[in-house]
Design a protein around this ligand. Structure first.
Ligand SMILES: [Zn+2]
Length: 127
């Protein structure tokens, strides 16, 4: 979910929390893929039959590919959430995460927000 949509629907703090939870779901998938790849590797080493080795090599490849994609998604989502969190502090009053969306530009990846405490406005990078 995009930053502006998330702030509008749930508020910044809930959006940020969900982004972190979701990103850690990708991390969990990465770890499961690593475990699956190691099991397949161990099975491949202990079994001399050619067909079993080919099956295990395929399992290692698929686990590795899914694991790499999951790791990339984890890192992208984590960095995105933390980048937004670092910009969510009002420079006028110091309030964290109490934001309202004023406008957004999806093409240039920024969101203009307003502090709900003091009405100060600033642009947040949403890339
Ligand atoms: Zn403020």
């Amino acid at each position: 979910m995009g930053l502006a949509t998330g702030i509008r629907k749930r508020g910044f703090r809930n959006w940020h929390e969900r982004e972190l939870l979701s990103s850690h779901g990708w991390l969990l998938l990465t770890l499961l893929c690593a475990v699956a790849a190691f099991f397949a590797l161990e099975s491949m080493i202990g079994n001399p039959a050619w067909s079993n080795r080919a099956t295990n090599a395929l399992a290692i490849f698929v686990s590795g590919a899914v694991g790499v994609v999951a790791l990339r998604r984890f890192l992208h989502q984590l960095v995105r959430a933390q980048t937004a969190a670092s910009q969510a502090v009002c420079t006028q009053c110091g309030t964290y995460g109490r934001l309202a969306v004023v406008t957004e530009d999806r093409a240039k990846s920024w969101v203009r927000v307003r502090c709900r405490n003091c009405a100060h406005e600033w642009a947040m990078d949403d890339s």
